[in-house]
Design a protein around this ligand. Structure first.
Ligand SMILES: [Zn+2]
Length: 255
């Protein structure tokens, strides 16, 4: 069967001397396919097998793994390969997509649309700093995997949050100033007041309409800590990709 689908490359592995096995994120989920001869210098498939490349993929599906026959690229995402920091974030986003998205045809279209928009925003770099883009994408993944509380409300009393608010590590959510007093103080840490509002916005916002966001360093740190913890402990994502990203971003900062 021949079919075509929009897709973004989220993983590519060399196979044999000249071929690659590519994992594509499509609007209905992940699919792996062989790109025969893609690593030969003159291959028409070469550009379409690079990480983050996006376009229309023409696939032949027989028994077993499909073959990529042709690619019409809509975005090569070349800039994501030319800048170390952008490349590190792109690799992290691809890894998150890979471990969180169901296989075709079980994923909601939003997982594709929002991922594509995150890569486009990372490439443009005009509005949203990459670390905040990462938080937006992480918040959405938490939500898609059912690991996201209502960030606008206290997880104990379900009322809108009254400061000082805290993040509760064991319960995976924010607690209000009233409920905090009788909780285990070793399992929570106080976060800036805006944290809950921002987490709600990040979960809901369509990345294609993401405007300028200004966030203070303490709030950025809180968002990073909360979402890392939430992804690891409540969404069950244990990848090393975040550690690798953090190391690269750290090393660039001390240059
Ligand atoms: Zn409460």
């Amino acid at each position: 069967m021949l079919y075509n689908t929009d897709a973004v490359v989220v993983k590519t592995v060399r196979y044999g001397e000249h071929s690659a096995i590519v994992t594509l994120l499509t609007p209905s989920g992940l699919v792996s396919a062989m790109a025969k001869g893609a690593l030969k210098p003159q291959s028409r498939l070469a550009a379409g097998t690079r990480l983050c490349a996006e376009g229309t993929y023409f696939l032949y599906q027989g028994h077993g793994m499909g073959d990529i026959r042709q690619v019409q690229l809509t975005a090569s995402r070349r800039r994501l390969h030319e800048d170390i920091e952008a490349a590190a974030y792109a690799a992290y986003f691809c890894d998150l997509a890979l471990v969180s998205t169901p296989e075709r045809p079980h994923a909601p279209t939003a997982m594709y649309n929002q991922f594509s928009a995150v890569l486009a925003a990372l490439e443009l770099r005009d509005q949203t700093p990459p670390d905040l883009l990462a938080r937006v994408y992480e918040a959405k993944i938490c939500n898609w995997l059912g690991a996201s509380p209502d960030w606008g409300r206290c997880i104990r009393c379900t009322q809108p949050l009254v400061p000082p608010i805290a993040y509760h590590l064991k319960e995976g959510g924010l607690v209000c100033g009233v409920c905090r007093s009788d909780m285990d103080r070793t399992a929570e840490f106080v976060v800036p007041e805006r944290t809950g509002r921002l987490l709600s916005v990040f979960t809901e916002v369509d990345v294609r309409r993401l405007g300028r966001i200004e966030v203070s360093p303490p709030t950025r740190r809180a968002l990073d800590t909360i979402l890392s913890h939430q992804l690891r402990e409540f969404a069950g994502l244990h990848g090393r990709a975040k550690d690798v990203l953090d190391q690269i971003v750290q090393s660039l900062r001390f240059d």
